[in-house]
Design a protein around this ligand. Sequence first.
Ligand SMILES: [Zn+2]
Length: 138
Amino acid sequence: MIKYNLTCDCGAAYDSWFYNSFEYDRLKKKKLLTCPECNSTLIKKSIMSPNLPNKANKKIKQDKFEKKLKDQLIQLRNYVEKNCKYVGDKFTQEARSIHYDKKTSKGIYGRATPEQAAELLEEGIEIASIPWINKKPN
Ligand SMILES: [Zn+2]
């Protein structure tokens, strides 16, 4: 996980977590990164921080951050559910089929073990892993 400090043209600044730097680029390209203040997609990353606990972080800040992160992950999940086909445990099989048969298909999502995901990546198949969040309210 990588933390980026994101800033918006409206002056808003906040932190966001990403699986890796490619994930940031992918979400940005798909305009899934939006400013929590003004909903603009003109988000820029400023500084990259390592995943280390920051003692200066106040509890209240942390709660706010977690809420925003959760909202973003729910948005992401909604997007995937709306735009991609669920293939469950057949994910690796389906991903290969799309890659090798050059099927024009909409995106798929499903489950894969870290080993399966690594194999797909080695074969040059483009996949991304996202944190899958429960949509039930707190
Ligand atoms: Zn903004």
